[in-house]
Design a binder for this molecule. Structure first.
Ligand code: GLC
Length: 789
C-alpha cells in the first residue's frame, strides 16, 4: 500500500518518510515511546486519549541501509522497510517486535454457517478488508494482556476482540468480542521482553491476538489514521507507566470513595433510604455512600428529582451527610424528548443534540422513552453538561454515576450516519461512538471540579483510552453467577493494566438472584477492588449484607471491616499510582513476569506489591490451591511463613479468603470506623512483617487539590533485618500538611523479641498472641527490635 521508500527528512523529533504512494511519520515521543503515523483521514493525531503530551527531546540517529532506514534512540532501534513495515529492536539489537511481511492467511472455516444460523447460532463475520491494518509476527511464546474490559481470561493470546462500546445485557461470556469500554492498548510479554502497543484510533477497531493464524497477530480499523505507539519497557510496570504517560494517570480520589458503597436499582422513596441507613448501622456495616439509580428522577429526566419520592432532596441529603452517608446519583446521557423540560428545551434551542443526516434531532429510546443524545463531541455542549452538574452538586450529591453512555439505545443501534460536531470537524456515529462516554466523563469531571473544588468522583460504564483521568469505572451488568465472580478478576486486572486503576464490579452480581454463598465469596474479592460497590437490578433478590442469614452478614462485616482497616494502604497506592500509573489490583504477572507459573493465573491477584489474595471463586469449594511466587509469604490469618515459588493447598472455609503478605512489608492500618472521616485519626497503626523493605505513607486532607501545592505529609519507613535485629528507620521527608499523627502503633508480626529500643532508649512492648505491640510518639528516629537468640 505504501510502496518503496523514496526519501526521508528529519524534522525535530519526527522522521518524515516519503514512500511511493503515501507519507509515513516516525515520531520519537521519548527514547522508549515511538509513534507510527500515516494520515489516512486527518493530518494530525486528533486524539481524544492523549492531551497535553510532553514530547521529550531525544537525540536520535538515522542511518540508511540498502533494505531499511534505521533510527536509534539509545533505548530502541527501529528499522523501517518498504511498505512502511517497521521492526523494533532493543539497544542490543535483539528483536522485540516485527511486522509480518507476508499476506494474512486465515484458517479455513469449513461448512455452511448459514445453516447453523437457522437454529440461532451466531454467524462468524470475517473481515479481511480493513482500511488500516498492522500485522505483527508471532514467534511462539507471546502472551497478551490489557485491552480493557474484555471477557475471558487474563492472557488474550489466541482470541479476537473488537473495540466498539457495547451494552449487551445477556450474560457476558468468553465469546463476547466487545463490552462497554474501548481501550485499544495491549501489553506483549515474551520470554525475555515486554512492550506495549496503543492503537489510538476511536473508530471501530479489531484485535486478533493470534487467533486467525499462529504466525501473526494484528490490529486494524475501518477508518481513521494509522496511528499507534510502541511503548518499550524493562518490565511490565514500565510499559503501564509509558502508556499512562501518554493517556494520563488515575488521579488521587477523595478518600471516602474508597469506602464501601451500597447500591440497588429501586432504592426509593426517601423512607427506603432511611431504612437502609438504619440497617447499615444496626448491622454494624461500615459504609460511605449510597447510590441512587434512575428511580430518583422525575420520569427519568436527567438533572431532576421526583418530588413525590424525595420531597426535599437537599435537606434529605444534608441529613444523610451528617450521619456519614454520601449520595451518588446516576446520570444517563439520553435526554427525555419533552417540551417544557428545561434540559430538553435548552438543548433544542442551542442545537446541542446529535442529528440525523438531514440535520433533524436524532431520537431513539432509553429509560424515559423517546430521548435525544447530547453531542459531547462539541465543546459547547460539554460546557453546558458541566454546568448542569451544579444542579446535582447544589442538592448535595457527592458523586455522579454516568451510565448508558456507550451510548445505549433501546430502539436498535444508532445508525452510522447520526451526525456529531466532532470538535468542529463534523463526523458521524462511526467516529464518535467509542468516545461518547469518554467525552461525557470529561464534561462531568470538569463541572464537578469547578463547582466543588474537590477531586470529582465519577463512575462510568463506557469509556475510551484516557478516561482514567476523569472517571472510575465499573464493569456494567454482570450477573449473580459464579462464572462472573471468577471472570471479575482477570477483567479488573486487565482494566488496571489498561490504565484504569480505579475499577470495580457489581459485588453480588447485577442481574439474576444472588445466593448467600456467592455473596459471601464475592465480598472477599470486592473488598480488595478499588471501587467496592454492592449493586443489583430491580426485582432481583435482595443482596445487601444482611439480606440472607447471620453467617452471611458476619462474613460481609468481616471483609468490609478489613477494607476499612486497609484504607490508608489503598490510598497510598492511589497516591503512588498518580506518578507510576500502576493500579491497586494487579495480576501477578505484573511483578513476577519472569515466573512462567503466573502467566495464566486468573484466580489470584496482588493488591499493590505487598498483599496477595487468592479467593475462592467456585461454589462449594472449601480448599484453595494457591500459587505463591518467589520470596517469603506470611499467611495473613495464621502468621505462618511460607517459602514461595510453589503451590500450596489452603483450607478456606466460607468465612476465609486466603491472603498472604510479602515478608518485609509495612502496611498502614486505620482503626474501625462507620465511615471514612468519622474519627480524627491521631494514631497510625503499622502492621509489620519483619524483613527488608521500604514503605512510604502519604497523608493529606483527603478531598481537595491542596496536595498539588505540596500540602501533604510523607512518612518513610526503611526496614532492614539481620539475624540479631530488625531496624526501622522512620523519616518524614515531606511535612507540609498541618495535621500530623501523634503516635505510631507498631504491630510486629513476630513473637521472638527480647528488647526494643527507640532512638537508643529502651521502650516497653506488649505481647498479644503472635504479635508484639509497640507504641511510639510520631517522630523521626530509629526503632531497633532485638530478636530472642
Ligand atoms: C443499566 C446499568 C445498571 C443500572 C440500570 C438502571 O443496566 O448498567 O447498573 O442499575 O441501567 O439504571
Amino acid at each position: 500500500m505504501f510502496g518503496k521508500i523514496i526519501s526521508y527528512v528529519k524534522d525535530g523529533n519526527k522522521l518524515n518518510i516519503e514512500f511511493e504512494n503515501r507519507k509515513g511519520i516516525i515520531e520519537i515521543i521519548t527514547k522508549d515511546i515511538i509513534n507510527i503515523f500515516s494520515a489516512f483521514k486527518y493530518e494530525d493525531h486528533f486524539s481524544r486519549a492523549i492531551e497535553n503530551l510532553e514530547i521529550k527531546e531525544c537525540d536520535y540517529n538515522i542511518k540508511k541501509e540498502e533494505e531499511f532506514l534505521e533510527v536509534s534512540t539509545g533505548s530502541l532501534i527501529i528499522r523501517v522497510y518498504d511498505n512502511f513495515k517497521v521492526d523494533f529492536y532493543n539497544k542490543n539489537l535483539e528483536l522485540l517486535c516485527a511486522d509480518y511481511k507476508a499476506e494474512r492467511k486465515p484458517f479455513l472455516r469449513r461448512g455452511e454457517s448459514q445453516l447453523s444460523a437457522l437454529e440461532g447460532h451466531k454467524l462468524v463475520d470475517y473481515n479481511n478488508n480493513f482500511k488500516i491494518q498492522v500485522v505483527k509476527e508471532l514467534n511462539g511464546d507471546e502472551k497478551f494482556y490489557g485491552l480493557g474490559d474484555k471477557t475471558g481470561y487474563l492472557n488474550k493470546r489466541g482470541y479476537e476482540y473488537e473495540m466498539w462500546n457495547t451494552d449487551d445485557p445477556t450474560p457476558h461470556v468468553e465469546s463476547f468480542k466487545s463490552l462497554y469500554k474501548s481501550i485499544p492498548f495491549f501489553i506483549t510479554l515474551t520470554g525475555n521482553n515486554t512492550f506495549g502497543i496503543f492503537f489510538d484510533n476511536n473508530f471501530k477497531t479489531y484485535f486478533d491476538m493470534g487467533k486467525e493464524n499462529e504466525d501473526y497477530y494484528y490490529f486494524a480499523s475501518d477508518d481513521g489514521n494509522l496511528d499507534y505507539y510502541f511503548i518499550n519497557g524493562d518490565n511490565m510496570c514500565d510499559v503501564v507507566s509509558g502508556y499512562t504517560y501518554l493517556t494520563g494517570k488515575t488521579p488521587l480520589p477523595q478518600m471516602w470513595t474508597l469506602g464501601y458503597q451500597q447500591s440497588r436499582w429501586s432504592y426509593y422513596p426517601q423512607s427506603r433510604i432511611k431504612e437502609l441507613e438504619k440497617s447499615l448501622r444496626e448491622n454494624d456495616i461500615p459504609c460511605d455512600a449510597i447510590h441512587l439509580d434512575i428511580d430518583y428522577m422525575d420520569n427519568y429526566k436527567v438533572f431532576t428529582w421526583d418530588n413525590e419520592k424525595f420531597n426535599n432532596p437537599k435537606k434529605f441529603l444534608s441529613d444523610l451527610k451528617e450521619n456519614g452517608f454520601k449520595i451518588v446519583t446516576i446520570i444517563d446521557p439520553g435526554v427525555k424528548k419533552e417540551k417544557g423540560y428545561h434540559i430538553y428545551d435548552e438543548g433544542i434551542k442551542n442545537k446541542y443534540f446529535a442529528t440525523d443526516k438531514d440535520g433533524l434531532t436524532y431520537v431513539n429510546k432509553v429509560w424515559p422513552g423517546d430521548a435525544v443524545y447530547p453531542d459531547f463531541s462539541n465543546s459547547e455542549v460539554r460546557k453546558w453538561w458541566s454546568n448542569n452538574q451544579k444542579i446535582m452538586m447544589d442538592t448535595g450529591v457527592s458523586g455522579i454515576w454516568n451510565d448508558m453512555n456507550e451510548p445505549a439505545s433501546f430502539n436498535g443501534p444508532l445508525p452510522d450516519d447520526v451526525q456529531f460536531n466532532n470538535e468542529g470537524r463534523g463526523g458521524d456515529h462511526r467516529e464518535v461512538h467509542n468516545v461518547y462516554g469518554h467525552l461525557m466523563n470529561k464534561a462531568t469531571y470538569e463541572g464537578i471540579k469547578e463547582y466543588t473544588n474537590k477531586r470529582p468522583f465519577i463512575i462510568t460504564r463506557a469509556c475510551y483510552a484516557g478516561s482514567q483521568k476523569y472517571s472510575t469505572v465499573w464493569t456494567g451488568d454482570n450477573q449473580s453467577f459464579w462464572e462472573h465472580l471468577r471472570m471479575s478478576i482477570p477483567m479488573l486486572c486487565n482494566l488496571g493494566l489498561s490504565g484504569l486503576g480505579f475499577a470495580g464490579v457489581d459485588v453480588g452480581g447485577f442481574s439474576f438472584d444472588c445466593t448467600k454463598e456467592l455473596l459471601s465469596r464475592w465480598v472477599q474479592v470486592g473488598c480488595f477492588s478499588t471501587l467496592f460497590r454492592n449493586h443489583s437490578a430491580l426485582s432481583t433478590r435482595d443482596q445487601e449484607p444482611w439480606a440472607f442469614d447471620q453467617e452471611t452478614l458476619d462474613i460481609n462485616r468481616k471483609y468490609i471491616k478489613l477494607r476499612y482497616k486497609l484504607i490508608p494502604y489503598l490510598y497510598d497506592l492511589l497516591w503512588h499510582g498518580e506518578s507510576t500509573g500502576l493500579p491497586v489490583m494487579r495480576p501477578l504477572v505484573l511483578h513476577y513476569s519472569n515466573d512462567e507459573n503466573v502467566y495464566e493465573i486468573n484466580d489470584q491477584f496482588l493488591v499493590g506489591e505487598n498483599i496477595l489474595v487468592s479467593p475462592v471463586v467456585e461454589q462449594g469449594k472449601r480448599v484453595k490451591a494457591v500459587y505463591l511466587p518467589e520470596g517469603t509469604w506470611i499467611d495473613y490469618w495464621t502468621k505462618e511463613e511460607i517459602e514461595g515459588q510453589k503451590s500450596i493447598l489452603r483450607e478456606a472455609p466460607l468465612d476465609l479468603c486466603p491472603i498472604y503478605i510479602k515478608k518485609g512489608s509495612i502496611i498502614p492500618n486505620y482503626p474501625e470506623q462507620n465511615y471514612i472521616g468519622e474519627k480524627d485519626i491521631k494514631e497510625l497503626t503499622l502492621d509489620i512483617y519483619p524483613g527488608n523493605g521500604q514503605y512510604t505513607h502519604y497523608l493529606d486532607d483527603a478531598e481537595s487539590f491542596a496536595y498539588k501545592e505540596g500540602k501533604y505529609n510523607l512518612y518513610s519507613f526503611n526496614m532492614s533485618e539481620n539475624i540479631n535485629e530488625v531496624d526501622i528507620e522512620i523519616k518524614f521527608p515531606h511535612s507540609k500538611y498541618k495535621k500530623k499523627y501523634d503516635n505510631f502503633k507498631i504491630v510486629i508480626n513476630s513473637e521472638n523479641i527480647s528488647q526494643v529500643k527507640f532512638n537508643n532508649a529502651n521502650i516497653n512492648y506488649e505481647k498479644q498472641g503472635k504479635q508484639i505491640i509497640i507504641l511510639l510518639p510520631a517522630i523521626e528516629g530509629i526503632l531497633k527490635i532485638y530478636k530472642l537468640q
